[in-house]
Write a protein that binds this ligand. Structure first.
Ligand code: NDP
Length: 448
């Protein structure tokens, strides 16, 4: 009898299994694909490596005015994929060792819940006092004529070669990130989005600023547009009909249209686990489902599909079940970044949301060309923004579009969670010269 059986060895599952075992619990984890889940294998980590790779083109160009000659640069896609694969294999091994060293028993196979206290794997029945479902999510692709030819993000990490032309569909994280990766690697890239402004849930200034920068990078953005049909003309050529009546010829179509909770074929019906309208597992504040002893964390509960959130949720469950301080996850001020080019990072409400909650809202905004670009000649501009509640002087949000936005906003997020006021920001000494110092030197609110 196990104290805990975890189904899914992604970010949330591994964290909970490992922490629980370290607290002395008898733990098993079941994984049918790869250790580390989406983030390590077909998500955050390889995506970020691709972002680094794609930025070199611009860097080589910018280097000229700093005195460097880079006449003959060439990019080789198979080299990147091979080196990325080697790094992912290394990380898979690290995850496996973390589990083994913590004393977690590993089962490779598909886990299916057969009753509130039993899980079947590879023909074996395992008994457990508690079960954690951490199976994550999968990329969703809508059905339309020819949709079978369209790729999802998983495929992008293992392409044999890069096309000369590509179309990315969607207006969220993955679409914007992959459009930047492809364009940076020299692929002529179209981004097709059904709505009127990319990154719908982000601050208006962020969306506006990013749109200008994507245009500058040569990404052809089609707003209020969707694909009606996709026809395969040859192995590497597809014809798209758009709702605008326009036709596009392209070598690849990537659909980045959201991710759905992965709940199929897990035996959830046998155990009587309740699902929500989007197929997500419904949980209470302790991540317990409607069935006592069965818990769920991460993408499968569809609160915030972010690795650090899954980690925090997994940690909470381990602490709750096996002793420790279960610190509740603060879903309100979750810092997040989109690794577009330039990158976006944010913490706290958008200006549009904050105006509803804070009648005395003060907005501080700065847009500038970073020092490096004055010499390089690169026209890219950075945008930084702070939202302050005028009633309390507390900084409630920070938004940024620019290089290293994630690195900068992570620190600001700590200050905001700690309740820092604008006065604290203003009396903090800047680091000069840096873009980040702008956050402690914004003196006049917009419109005052
Ligand atoms: P998002 O939810 O970010 O974006 C989905 C996009 O697809 C939206 O623009 C949506 O449009 C559009 N869409 C949805 N359905 C359709 C449809 N039927 N036809 C056309 N367009 C459609 O999802 P992603 O797939 O980009 O990413 C999934 C999640 O993974 C993210 O939400 C994020 O939580 C996580 N992620 C995080 C990253 C990071 O931290 N850097 C990186 C990548 C992913 P509309 O806006 O109109 O609804």
């Amino acid at each position: 009898m196990y104290d805990l059986i975890v189904i899914g060895a992604g970010s949330g599952g591994v964290r909970c299994a490992r922490m629980s075992a370290q607290k002395g619990a008898k733990v098993a984890i079941i994984e049918e694909r790869f250790y580390g889940g989406t983030c390590v294998n077909v998500g955050c980590v390889p995506k970020k490596l691709f972002v680094y790779a794609s930025h070199y083109g611009e860097d080589f160009h910018d280097a000229h005015r700093f005195g460097w000659s880079t006449q003959s640069t060439q990019f080789d896609w198979p080299t990147l994929v091979e080196n990325k694969n080697a790094e992912i294999a290394r990380l898979n091994g690290i995850y496996e060792n973390l589990l083994k060293n913590a004393g977690v028993t590993i089962y490779n196979g598909r886990g299916r819940i057969s009753s509130p206290n039993t899980v079947e794997v590879n023909g074996e029945t395992l008994r457990a006092k508690n079960i954690l479902i951490a199976t994550g999510s999968y990329p969703f692709k809508p059905d339309f004529p020819g949709s079978e030819h369209a790729l999802i993000s998983d495929h992008m990490f293992y392409l044999d070669s890069l096309p000369t032309h590509a179309v990315v569909v969607g207006g969220g994280y993955i679409a914007v990130e992959f459009a930047g990766i492809l364009a940076g690697l020299g692929v002529s890239t179209h981004l097709i989005y059904r709505g009127s402004s990319l990154l719908k849930r982000f601050d208006g200034d962020v969306r506006h600023h990013l749109a200008e920068e994507l245009d500058r990078k040569g990404i052809k953005v089609h707003l209020s547009t969707s694909i009606e049909s996709m026809e395969k003309l040859s192995e590497k050529e597809y014809r798209l009909k758009l709702n605008s009546g326009e036709e596009l010829s392209t070598g690849l179509v990537l659909y980045a249209t959201g991710r759905k909770p992965l709940t199929q074929d897990l035996g959830l019906d046998l155990a009587g686990v309740a699902l929500g309208a989007d197929g997500e597992i419904l949980v209470n504040e302790d991540y317990q489902t409607n069935v006592p002893g069965i818990y769920a964390v991460g993408d499968v509960i569809n609160r915030m599909q972010l690795t650090p959130v899954a980690l925090a949720e997994g940690m909470y469950v381990a602490n709750k079940l096996f002793g420790g301080d279960p610190v509740g996850v603060d879903y309100v001020r979750i810092p997040t970044a989109v690794f577009s080019q330039p990158s976006v990072a944010t913490v706290g409400p958008t200006e549009e949301e904050a105006r509803q909650q804070f009648p005395q809202l003060k907005v501080y905004r700065s847009a500038f060309r970073a020092l490096k670009n004055t010499v390089s000649g690169n026209q890219e501009r950075t945008m930084m923004k702070l939202l302050v509640d005028g009633a309390t002087d507390k900084v409630i949000a920070a938004h940024m579009v620019g290089p290293d936005a994630a690195e900068i906003i992570q620190g600001i997020a700590i200050a905001i969670r700690a309740g820092a006021t604008k006065k604290i920001f203003d009396t903090t000494i800047g680091i000069h010269p840096s873009s980040a110092e702008e956050y402690v030197t914004m003196r006049e609110p917009v419109g005052d």
